[in-house]
Write a protein of this length. Sequence first.
Length: 168
Amino acid sequence: MRAILVGFMGSGKTTVGHLLAAKIGVPYHDLDDIVVANAGKSIKQIFAEEGEAAFRQLEHQALEAAMDDDGILGTGGGTPIQPNNFEMLKQSDVPVVLLDVLPATIFNRLKDDTDRPLAKQLGLDGLVDLKGQRDRKYEQVSDFRVATDNLSPLEVVEAIRTHLFIQL
Ligand code: S3P
């Protein structure tokens, strides 16, 4: 991979990842989509039928398999929080970019989303708590952070390219 995007649900990883990949002419890989394709069912179904632990196992296997592919990888919001994924991301030479976003922005983006089981279960207060619990890990695993609240997706892409201009 050329770069790996991490960040909370609704931080724009997928949108920015697609744009960044297109801009530099490499494929975009979305970890959630890989898990869904491998499992043959949606994330919502995996959580409902097999539970979160099973989802995390599938997610870890998908991350391990994707690391050597070329392109930009967008992870799931919980990916870098799992200790085995955290270690894998820390040890890799691939730059890890944190897309950060305020809780209020996240809630606005996710409130009508029916495909994110955690967001649905938790509500606004729960999302704020969960983000608070995760923020340190996001910071520790990433090489740099882009605060995206007041930036368009293209501006986020440019901020990433500016940081990584030598490699990308
Ligand atoms: C999750 C985030 C989701 C998806 C799953 C769990 C999380 O990915 O992997 O629903 O634990 O934060 P997005 O960040 O792409 O929504």
